[in-house]
Design a protein around this ligand. Structure first.
Ligand SMILES: NC(=O)c1ccc[n+]([C@@H]2O[C@H](COP(=O)([O-])OP(=O)(O)OC[C@H]3O[C@@H](n4cnc5c(N)ncnc54)[C@H](OP(=O)(O)O)[C@@H]3O)[C@@H](O)[C@H]2O)c1
Length: 285
């Protein structure tokens, strides 16, 4: 495993396991499988509704808590200082832990400054080892880096060969914020796993397109958290530390960038409304 050192000197595994869209029924088994094959970083979120299953798996694994890098994210309906603080303590209970390695604000909407103050306080109390944000495009990132008391240490954004975030990455570097890729495979959109450039590169090293993609991320200094519910793919995705992509392969992958999200833009007002409606709907339940 390779490690990244965050701006506050905390070491974070550069490759972890993400559990978005892993159902409550499957999640405990998946996290146990991931830990068994060697993952030591798990990325969940309040809005994935599987923190309890992640916590149960970590406990059952018998692996010492200090050897696992655990991340969760605060959802928008828990923003504002008081609600964020209470929700993080509740997440810790579900995750069966008395501290988090990393806690992120999931989206740049609503009262995220209030929520950030809760993160800052829990960080200073030692209950969270590193704090960060997610989906903060450069404008929001520069804003929070400039006006918050403590700068985020991580920004988790969509990054993959078809959406490389080259400009956003430069802004993160300028402010000392570590870039972390969500959907490192773009969830396979645009037939990414079948892409001929990625497969031809892989053939040279006896590696799959998925492994080439992860290797490319690692060499760019990006933290990755690929998701799979299949143990053989979990293993495949971890098996990326025994080869290196030379400059020419890195350049061929750089040329695949469409500079367009495979999902949606977080600064599209229609999408902001979509998030607002989701929060309203969840409040009713
Ligand atoms: N902060 C955010 O807003 C945000 C948003 C999205 C995701 N995330 C985080 O990022 C993590 C990863 O993103 P993601 O789950 O959206 O997408 P992803 O990791 O890019 O792709 C997952 C998809 O790829 C397939 N896959 C995985 N390994 C494969 C392999 N070696 N060969 C072929 N197919 C493979 C999986 O299928 P199977 O499962 O069937 O194997 C699944 O369909 C999430 O789990 C979550 O922790 C964060």
């Amino acid at each position: 495993m390779e490690y990244i050192t965050l701006s506050n000197s905390v070491k974070m595994p550069q490759l972890g396991y993400g559990v978005f869209q892993v159902t409550q029924e499957e999640c405990e088994r998946c996290v146990l499988d991931a830990l068994k094959v060697g993952y030591r970083a798990i990325d969940t979120a309040q809005s994935y509704f599987n923190e309890a299953q992640v916590g149960a798996a970590i406990e059952k694994s018998g692996i010492e808590r200090k050897d696992i890098f655990l991340t969760t994210k605060v959802w928008i309906e828990h923003y504002g200082y008081n609600a964020a603080k209470a929700s993080i303590l509740d997440s810790m209970k579900k995750l069966r832990t008395d501290y988090l390695d990393l806690c992120l604000l999931h989206q740049p909407y609503a009262d995220y400054y209030g929520a950030w103050r809760a993160l800052e306080e829990l960080y200073e109390e030692g209950k969270i080892r590193a704090i960060g944000v997610s989906n903060f495009y450069p404008d929001r990132l520069v804003d929070i880096c400039s006006f918050a008391r403590i700068k985020p240490m991580v920004n988790q954004v969509e990054v993959h060969p078809f959406y490389q975030q080259t400009e956003a990455k430069k802004w993160m570097e300028k402010y000392g914020v570590q870039i972390e890729a969500w959907a490192p495979f773009g969830e396979g959109r645009g037939d990414m796993f079948q892409n001929s450039v990625l497969n031809e590169i892989g053939a040279k090293y006896g590696k799959s397109a998925a492994q080439v993609i992860l290797r490319w991320h690692l060499q760019r200094g990006v933290v990755v958290i690929p998701k799979s519910t299949h143990i053989e793919r979990m293993q495949e995705n971890l098996n990326v530390f025994d080869f290196t992509l030379p400059e020419e392969d890195m350049a061929s992958i750089a040329a695949l960038d469409t500079k367009t999200s495979a999902f949606f833009s977080h600064d599209d007002p229609a999408m902001v409304e979509w998030f607002v409606n989701m929060v309203e709907e969840r409040k009713k339940n």
